[in-house]
Ligand binder design. Structure first.
Ligand SMILES: Nc1ncnc2c1ncn2[C@@H]1O[C@H](COP(=O)(O)OP(=O)(O)OP(=O)(O)O)[C@@H](O)[C@H]1O
Ligand SMILES: [Mg+2]
Length: 345
């Protein structure tokens, strides 16, 4: 049996800050295979971005400290790689689109140059990325990389792509810049794409196009995707699987149809019922009652217990294990077996 594309096992991450040490990832387990698009959802501050940043190892340590667990990319533990080894995987094996706008395009360089640089860097480790005979000189390689950059830009739906390579980022609209970032993440033909809120800032029609593009790329490049989003509508539309995060834990995970069609963790149920109706903004989460706990002094046992209307004294005694509730569907709640009846009453 071949190893899964990505397997995060029991990952614990602490972040130190001025206020103290926060236990922000509290034993994450997540397996992503090629062809799967995993939605990672949950309220603000639940640890979605830090999960993505952990896989790309872009979270500086300190303040990050991994206290337990593994992040296996086809069996290789990324936490054991040196920064130089990790650098070689980024762009080539792991493509990333970030939530943080400061990591966006460099305003001082033409779009084409930025794409060519990424393609050439990826080609150093996998010459097949650019279509160029072995032993070609620098100029031939640049020409091939530029050709590829034009193709990628066209593929992400930029009209007149070749001419547009000579534009600077400010000459592109926000939606077009986001497409460029996706082209940049895909140009090295990654095995795994981590996309952190890639469409949040975009209008609905552009958002739909970009999600479609990500879906098509999964087929074209046979990759796996982790798509971080607040939006359960996006998950339903785009993802094959979903993992629901709460305060540093994955509380429920499984195929989208199972988790969204039949949520069993009280947090997922609350999230689903917080989806606004037609009168309010569509698809985004309205606040649940209460807030994500302080992770420097998290509540004992189940971290959702203080907000959970079904909580029992036992819930605060120990962290609930993740229990199977269906085919590849699991939830970390000691009351999953009774949940259907509890919700009905
Ligand atoms: N550099 C940092 N130093 C200290 N704590 C941090 C740091 N980055 C994030 N955290 C904390 O880790 C927790 C998880 O943050 P993360 O950014 O992963 O949340 P998120 O789920 O992506 O939220 P959002 O939906 O707002 O993007 C938060 O409580 C946050 O305050
Ligand atoms: Mg985030």
């Amino acid at each position: 049996m071949t190893a899964p594309l990505l397997s995060i096992r029991n990952l614990h991450l602490q972040m130190s800050s001025f206020d103290g040490r926060a236990h922000v990832l509290n034993g994450i387990n997540l397996t992503v295979n090629r062809g799967e698009i995993w939605g990672l959802v949950g309220e603000s501050g639940c640890g979605k971005s830090l999960t993505g940043l952990s896989v790309s190892r872009l979270q500086p340590a300190p303040p990050a400290r991994y206290t337990a667990g593994e992040i296996l990319l086809e069996g290789q533990d990324l936490l054991k790689l040196s920064p130089a080894q990790m650098q070689r995987l980024r762009g080539k094996r792991i493509g990333m689109i970030f939530q943080d706008p400061t990591t966006n395009l460099n305003p001082a360089f033409r779009i084409g140059e930025q794409l060519v640089d990424v393609a050439l860097a990826a080609a150093e480790h996998d010459p097949g990325v650019i279509d160029c005979p072995p032993g070609s000189g620098r100029r031939a390689r640049r020409r091939a990389a530029r050709r590829l950059a034009g193709e990628m830009l066209a593929r992400v739906g930029i009209p007149d792509a070749l001419a547009r390579l000579d534009n600077y980022p400010h000459q592109f609209s926000g939606g077009m810049r986001q497409r460029v970032l996706i082209a940049m993440a895909l140009i090295g033909r990654p095995d795994l794409l981590i996309a952190d809120e890639p469409t949040t800032a975009l209008d609905v029609s552009v958002q739909a196009q970009i999600l479609e593009l990500i879906k098509n790329s999964v087929n074209d490049f046979d990759m796996g995707v982790v798509l971080i989003t607040h939006n359960l509508g996006v998950v339903a539309q785009t993802c094959s699987h979903v993992a629901v995060m709460y305060a540093g834990n994955i509380v429920e995970n499984g195929p989208v149809a199972a988790v969204i069609g039949n949520p069993v963790h009280p947090y997922t149920i609350a999230l689903m019922s917080a989806i606004p109706t037609r009168e309010t903004k569509r698809g985004t989460l309205r606040g649940l009652a209460g807030s994500v706990p302080n992770l420097i002094t998290p509540p004992p046992g189940c971290r959702f217990a203080p907000r959970c209307k079904f909580a029992l004294p036992a819930c605060t005694a120990a962290m609930p294990a993740s229990l199977p509730v269906g085919d590849n569907h699991a939830a970390a709640c000691i009351r999953v077996a009774e949940m259907e009846a509890l919700v009905r009453d």
